[in-house]
Design a protein around this ligand. Structure first.
Ligand code: GDP
Ligand code: IMO
Ligand code: MG
Length: 456
């Protein structure tokens, strides 16, 4: 059977931790979209692993697959594999031959377009990993796939078509000089050919490439269990999110089928677990109706709740909501129920994992955005346009707070040991989404999860 893990908000809900908690029972963990824009954390026995491409099952020694729906930067993949091997893990990662490769020019173009967009407040605050430009090339039928790296002639043909177009973009559209303003090698056919040919050789030597759909189907047919590890979250989904402040793929559950090559029935017959952070965190721009306080450069003008800066700082500090690379504060807000109702419907959640309830401990009261008011009417779900979403005013509901307790002990004892007021909060979420709580995160570690339902 399969279990699909989906971020239900804006990314960083704690998907990696839940993959790890449930990962013991599975044989294969497959990513179906995104690339090294993801950062999934697994904490086990005091060791913290930050994974961007290698599926989180690697910490438990499970086979990892990067599906055809992913965009793969071979450079960061090999760096990550080498770093994990140095730490004593032995990751076995397969890459779909149909997955698209991220090239150096994609990263450069990601940065250039964000710069231009920032003049009009349109920048999404991307991770700069070249994700959007690579998916653009995939849809534009000028991408280079992992399978192409295995065949020198195909690789050269593809580069000879794509690279002159990228050069023209830089020079004629952005009016920049290659060699002066931007890196020459990123736009040099010969340099790219050599570099990517070598990646192809290493992929072949390590026997890493697969026909993803066939690989997974064979394993499922032989009785093995597969987990699909979504990256990012529903509200930054290219179709169902807050366009254009989104990523360029579909984190939602339907993509687990398209992005790996198994039928939708396979995904639908399994469990689909929505990962929920007990409050909101956001890296990036765009509106956020339940935002607390504000963050310069990310919160739009007039957004946030300036009077609640102290509360925002408290949650940010307790939850460690600072960028892992830049140290920049992340935006935080109360849980947004219309956002979650939307997510539950789009992906058809069969269960929920609600993380970070320990972070909210110690507050006198905890609020949630139960619904929105838009044009004098109450809305229970998100409007379709981001501009209208920005016009929504959140109607807050207040819950009594809960104390900080020995969360590891709570995890061991089970659901009933969770403080009563926190249970009231969890029960409210489950009732509103008509979806049972399968797990509750009470800390970052593997043992700090209350498992209510074993998904396998
Ligand atoms: P992902 O991208 O969804 O996998 O999430 P990230 O790893 O980017 O961010 C989640 C962060 O919160 C990581 O540092 C986790 O170790 C941590 N974390 C996950 N679950 C919990 C939880 O229940 N409580 C606390 N305090 N931290 C958690
Ligand atoms: P995980 O898997 C949080 C955000 C970026 C930006 C937008 C587009 O760890 O939950 P991109 O580089 O994808 O083109 O950026 O999406 N973003 C994430 N935010 N968690 C992530 O991944 C993210 N991946 C992308 O901040 O706003
Ligand atoms: Mg993350």
């Amino acid at each position: 059977m399969t279990v699909t893990i989906v971020g239900s908000q804006l990314g960083d809900e704690g998907k990696g931790g839940i993959v790890d908690v449930y990962g013991d029972a599975v044989d294969v963990v497959a990513r179906y979209q995104g690339g090294d824009n993801a950062g999934h954390t697994v904490v086990f026995e005091g060791d913290e692993y930050k994974l961007s491409l290698v599926p989180s099952g690697a910490v438990r020694g499970k086979v990892g697959v990067l599906g055809n729906g992913c965009v793969v930067n071979p450079e960061t993949l090999f760096e990550e594999l080498d770093a994990l091997r140095e730490r004593g893990l032995d990751p076995d990662v397969r890459v779909a031959e149909r997955a698209h490769a991220i090239l150096p020019y994609h990263r450069v173009l990601d940065g250039l377009e964000e710069d231009v967009k920032s003049d009009d407040d349109l920048a999404a605050g991307t991770t700069g990993r070249g994700i959007g430009p690579t998916y653009e090339d995939k849809a534009g039928r000028r991408g280079i796939r992992i399978g192409d790296l295995l065949d020198a002639e195909t690789l050269r043909t593809r580069l000879e078509y794509a690279v002159p177009q990228k050069r023209a973009l830089v020079e004629d559209v952005y009016d920049l000089e290659i060699g002066g303003d931007v890196d020459t090698d990123a736009f040099d056919i010969e340099a790219l050919f050599e570099q990517y040919r070598e990646y192809g050789e290493r992929l072949a030597e390590e026997n890493m490439t697969v026909n993803c759909g066939a690989f997974l189907s064979d394993r499922l047919e032989s009785g093995e269990d597969v987990m699909f590890e979504g990256a990012q979250g529903t509200s930054i989904d290219i179709d169902h999110g807050i366009y254009p402040y989104v990523t360029s793929s579909n984190p939602t559950a339907g993509a687990a089928s398209v992005g790996t090559g198994v039928g939708p029935g396979v995904v639908g017959d399994g469990e689909v677990v929505g990962i929920v952070k007990a409050y909101l965190s956001r890296v990036g721009t765009g509106p956020l109706p339940t935002e607390l306080g504000s963050v310069d450069g990310q919160t739009p003008d007039g957004g946030g709740r300036p009077g609640e800066d102290d509360l925002a700082t408290y949650i940010r500090d307790e939850g460690g909501e600072y960028g892992t690379v830049t140290g920049r504060p992340r935006r935080v807000g109360w849980l947004d129920m219309p956002m979650l109702r939307h997510a539950a419907r789009v992906s058809g959640f069969t269960g929920l994992a609600i993380n970070h309830i320990d972070v909210l401990a110690g507050l006198d009261e905890v609020q949630v955005g139960h619904s929105y008011t838009l044009d004098g009417e109450e809305l229970l779900t998100m409007p379709t346009t981001t501009e209208r979403w920005g016009d929504c005013e959140a109607n807050l509901r207040t819950f009594d707070g809960w104390d900080d307790v020995d969360w590891a002990a709570v995890a061991e004892e089970g659901y009933e040991a969770i403080p009563e007021n926190a249970r009231a909060y969890l029960d409210y979420i489950a009732a509103e989404l008509d979806t049972p709580v399968y797990a509750v995160g009470v800390g970052p570690g593997r043992e700090e999860t209350v498992v209510v339902e074993d998904v396998y």
